[in-house]
Ligand binder design. Structure first.
Ligand SMILES: *[C@@H]1O[C@H](CO)[C@@H](O)[C@H](O)[C@H]1NC(C)=O
Length: 387
């Protein structure tokens, strides 16, 4: 059987090479993967990847329709060609116990890899139930991680029920995430939708995220990030931070968040830093064209984050926040303070701009709150600015 498969895949390959010499395709079924959702297909996936990654011509790894059980797997680069495609027509499903794996599907050191279509299912419910019961739970795993990589595309992918973060972009340059759908229950812990850190030129467009933590979280060292067309909720909103957990931290610079709808989320547009010393910063942020639907904290800067009240002497954040503009933000707040700038006493926020803001709170007036925040308002601003 194995011989037959090898022979037939060799013939298939030969045919592909003869008829379309520019592209080679490697179907995981030809490497023994079974679409029954139970048979471990990790090795087949890895073999198909190794063939594609080792191909001198642009190559495709194909995941056909069906359900493929895949355990922790790392796709290592660099690859021979500058174009390797993952075409997923079916579903990759995680085992229901990752233990301490930390990460499920990892791409490392790749350049020019694209992932199209398909569904990945992290099957996080066992871990969430354990966490809810609150005793000795395993660490869990983030579902899809790109690390130390360049020129990455993730398009049309659906990510379900990750144990931890759904998609992580770490230490990358040039990443496009488009048309991605992310779904986990609103009460699932630490299931951030897309987390970006230490990365530059990341573009996230046309994404729908329903999850139990931040829809998009932006960590230290993120620069030139563009986010456009986001539907978020349930979830904790789009958050720059948490930043400043450690003392030496790279800053966040040049972030645009444009055209986003938040529905029933804990936050809308948030910047969040630990209340402790740090040499990090946030500068050059534009938030524009956002709609808030019953959002707890539509606009918030919170520089007093310190969950267990440990290691936050005087609660003074060292993170300097400057040049943050909010333009055309409207809708409804689920709490009275719809605009809340709670900045650091030792590093006050500067250059905050508000323009064309209209946030309501039921039939009562919404309010703004400013601590150590400087800047200006223009156009229509409701609740009235306290800058
Ligand atoms: C800011 O980032 C965008 C991409 O999001 C980029 O096009 C632009 O050139 C960057 N601006 C600066 C000043 O680097």
């Amino acid at each position: 059987m194995a011989e037959l498969n090898t022979t037939s895949s060799a013939i298939l390959l030969l045919a592909l090479l003869v008829f379309s010499p520019a592209d080679a395709a490697f179907d995981i079924a030809d490497y023994g993967a079974k679409s029954d959702g139970r048979t471990d297909s990790t090795k087949s996936l890895l073999s198909a990847w190794e063939a594609a990654c080792g191909s001198a011509a642009p190559a495709t790894v194909h995941v056909p329709a069906g359900y493929f059980l895949v355990r922790q797997v790392t796709f290592e680069g660099p690859c021979k060609s500058s174009k390797v495609t993952f075409q997923i027509d079916g579903n990759l499903v995680a085992p229901d116990d990752f233990g301490g794996a930390g990460e499920w599907i990892v791409f490392h050191h790749v350049d020019g890899v694209s992932v199209y279509g398909g569904t990945i299912d992290g099957r996080g419910s066992t871990l969430w139930a354990c966490k809810a019961a609150g005793h000795g739970c395993p660490g869990g795993a983030s579902s899809l991680v790109f690390r130390n990589s360049k020129n990455v595309v993730i398009s049309g992918l659906t990510s379900l029920n990750s144990e931890l973060y759904h998609i992580v972009i770490d230490d990358c340059e040039g990443v496009t995430v488009q048309g991605v759908k992310i779904t986990a229950p609103g009460n699932s812990p630490n299931t951030d939708g897309i987390h970006v850190q230490q990365s530059s030129h990341v573009t996230i467009t046309s994404v729908g995220i329903k999850t139990g933590d931040d829809c998009i979280s932006i960590g230290p060292g993120t620069t030139n990030l563009w986010i456009e067309q986001v539907n978020c909720g349930p979830g904790h909103g789009i958050s720059i931070g948490s930043l400043g957990k450690g003392n030496d931290e790279e800053g966040v610079e040049n972030v645009t968040v444009k055209t986003a709808v938040f529905t029933g989320t804990e936050n809308g547009l948030r910047i969040k830093t630990w209340g402790r010393p740090s040499d990090g910063f946030v500068k050059g942020v534009v938030f524009e064209h956002a709609v808030m639907q019953n959002v707890q904290n539509p606009i918030i800067i919170d520089q007093n984050y310190c969950p267990n009240h440990e290691g936050c002497p005087d609660q003074n954040s060292g993170i300097k926040i400057s040049g943050v503009t909010y333009n055309d933000i409207h809708g409804s707040s689920a709490s009275q303070v719809a605009v809340n700038f709670d900045c650091s006493a030792t590093s006050p926020c500067t250059g905050i701009g508000l323009q064309d803001i209209k946030l309501t709170y039921g039939s009562s007036p919404a309010e703004s709150s400013c601590k150590h925040a400087g800047g200006s308002a223009s156009g229509f601003v409701e609740p009235p600015s306290c800058l």
